[in-house]
Design a protein around this ligand. Structure first.
Ligand code: AGP
Length: 612
């Protein structure tokens, strides 16, 4: 996913833009660039590689200006190289554009522009847009902002763009459709970015652009208009409480490790003000107005991607167990294209850390078209999914910078536990059972701390297994989604192939994979299926598999069959998944570090997949 930063104000824009790009590096990228309005000209540098490479190139370039744009590109059209990096300039060299998204009709637009004599320099869809803006602007009949708007009316696709023009050095034009943009309103200075991280150093006052809106930013202020009809839109300024330290690594070597340890606090943050121990239930303010419709729903769909989908699988268990509501969990990319039984009697829950995942956003839009009540479980305040769903609950995990989701996942599971408990209490869940959940959740800080204190032991496990080419993760019931999540963490940051399976499924195929080179991580708490999972472990052991057991409490049986035991402490089985995932996060982290992988920005991955 690309990163976008624009600045207009009194400062030299280069340091502001470079620092802003660094705050967006977590999104994943393969090239970066910057453009400024100089003295009646556009000055720019763009390069494949990292922001530090761009900085080095800028040191050689003697230019400065206080209106500028900068971009980190995650390649979708055209390979990652200097020429395909953004910003892209028009053929006059007087207009520059940065873009996050995909112009789907770029091919037909480029044919028409070539007929007008435009010579393209790159094979990107973004250059087609900047050349189109230029062709419209060159008529000389409209302003630069109007030319941008007119061009966007011809575009089919998704975009978050910021553009500047040498003729109007005190103007920035930004617009969004499908890729988020947020405007920072400072003291005589303005920033526009893909998310709030680049803004907070300068202002906490932000304006979220909605779909199909364009903003013209000038020295005297900004104006937001609708792209389709040019109508002015009055916008509310929101104050965000994001802090710099929240987006800095602090004493940790990686954001991911910091965020794993933050779970000692973030789960409590998620719970704060929501548990009602006296009534053995929970209060979720963001859905209260919609409770009558939620309670009458005949079915729930949960739709998400990746780690968030794993949280959905846990929610299914909890909602069906506590509230006896039939729940279907679907990958958003599948949900959006197939004929689903969704109607006014359906609640569709979208789970998304970023709130910007394209497939999940599309799934929500489909659900709304079909009359369903939509609910968003998001971490990023003001994100598209949070704003487009009828109601929702923020997970309050704070900004998650590492591409591999950790604290956002445990926050999602916590919210879904509260939702299941609350809805269960409106049905047949007894106060006594519900109180067990509340009591278990009230001790979560200690349990998380205990799990994170196992890090050195887990590092030893990683050292002993770092050469493995494959890992298998097994779990039953509520711990099967945790097996899936552990496998995803392992594969996405250490690049070791890993699969998660229901433990009982071993005998239906995967056991053929077991030999002395296969580490098998098995989640085995002393719950109702403990004996069954021990027999699964024995089956693996008899084929010389290496057994890594995650359990609540060691015992002679577990010690007799395990090569490694990670003990996380005794607790109610219902919150065991919330704690058992932590050693799996730590194991993946140490494997990745030992294998020299880029923990926070794994290859080929982005923090939020805003393209399809
Ligand atoms: C998880 O570690 C990955 N980063 C990825 O699977 C992620 O969960 C998925 O892309 C969904 O993102 P979202 O929660 O922001 O929608």
């Amino acid at each position: 996913m690309c990163g976008i930063v624009g600045y207009l104000g009194q400062r030299d824009s280069i340091p502001v833009l470079i620092k802003g790009l660094k705050r967006l590096e977590y999104r994943g990228y393969d090239s970066a660039g910057i453009a400024l309005c100089g003295d009646d000209e556009i000055q720019y540098v763009k390069k494949a590689g990292k922001v530090r490479d761009l900085e080095a190139a800028l040191d050689q370039a003697a230019f400065a200006g206080n209106t500028g744009i900068a971009h980190t590109r995650w390649a979708t059209h055209g390979e990652p190289n200097d020429i395909n990096a953004h910003p892209h300039l028009d053929q006059t060299g007087r207009i520059a554009l940065i873009h996050n998204g995909i112009i789907e009709n770029y091919s037909s637009l480029s044919v028409a522009l070539k007929k007008q004599g435009v010579n393209f320099q790159t094979d990107t869809d973004t250059e087609v847009l900047v050349q189109l803006i230029s062709a419209i602007y060159s008529t000389g009949e409209i302003s630069f902002a109007e030319a941008v708007r007119a061009a966007l009316q011809e575009v089919v696709g998704a975009y978050g763009i910021v553009a500047l023009c040498a003729d109007e050095p005190d103007t920035l034009v930004a617009a969004r459709l499908g890729s988020p943009l947020v405007l920072g309103v400072g003291e005589d200075e303005y920033l526009v970015a893909s998310d709030a991280a680049p803004l907070v150093e300068y202002t906490r006052n932000v304006v979220y652009l909605e779909e199909g809106e364009l903003v013209k930013i000038g020295r005297d202020g900004y104006t937001v208009r609708q792209i389709r009809n040019d109508q002015i839109v009055s916008k509310q300024v929101t104050r965000i409480d994001l802090s710099i330290e929240e987006i800095e690594k602090g004493e940790f070597p990686h954001f991911m490790l910091k965020e794993i340890y933050e779970q000692q606090r973030t789960i409590s943050d998620t719970l704060r003000g929501r548990l009602i121990p006296s009534q053995a239930t929970a209060r979720l303010g963001g859905i209260e107005d919609f409770l009558p419709r939620i309670e009458q729903a005949r079915r729930f769909y949960i739709t998400a991607c990746g780690t968030s989908w794993h949280a959905g699988l846990i929610a299914k268990h909890l909602l069906e167990d506590f509230a006896e509501i039939p729940v279907h969990v679907e990958y958003a990319s599948e949900f959006r294209y197939r004929k689903t039984v969704v109607d006014a009697n359906t609640v569709v829950i979208a789970i998304s850390q970023s709130g910007e995942t394209a497939d999940t956003l599309a799934a929500i839009r489909k659900a709304k078209d079909r009359g369903a009540l939509t609910m968003g479980i998001c971490n990023v305040v003001g994100s598209s999914i949070a704003r487009e769903t009828d109601c929702g609950v923020y997970t309050h995990a704070g900004p998650e910078i590492g591409v591999a989701s950790t604290k956002a996942f445990t926050a999602q599971v916590t919210v879904l536990m509260l939702l299941a408990q609350m809805l269960g209490r409106k049905r047949n869940l007894t106060a006594a059972t519900a109180r067990k959940i509340t009591n278990a959740l009230s001790s979560v800080d200690r349990l998380v701390a205990n799990a994170t204190e196992r890090s050195d032991e887990i590092k030893t496990v990683a050292e002993e297994n770092q050469e493995a080419d494959n890992f298998l993760y097994l779990g039953r019931g509520l711990n099967f989604p945790i097996a899936l999540e552990g496998a995803l963490k392992c594969k996405e940051i250490s690049y070791i192939h890993a699969e998660g399976y229901p433990a009982a499924e071993m005998k239906h195929g995967p056991i053929a994979l077991i030999d002395e080179s296969m580490p098998v991580v098995i989640i085995a708490p002393h719950d109702q299926t403990f004996e069954k999972i021990i027999s699964n472990i024995r089956a693996v052991k008899s084929r010389k598999g290496r057994i890594i057991t995650v359990t609540d409490k060691r015992c002679p049986v577990i010690d007799s069959v395990s090569d490694f035991v990670i003990e996380v402490g005794e607790m109610d089985p219902v919150i065991f998944p919330l704690i058992a995932v932590i050693p799996l996060q730590i194991l993946a982290y140490h494997l990745a570090v030992l294998r020299g992988c880029n923990v926070d920005q794994p290859r080929n991955l982005a923090k939020s997949v805003t393209v399809e």
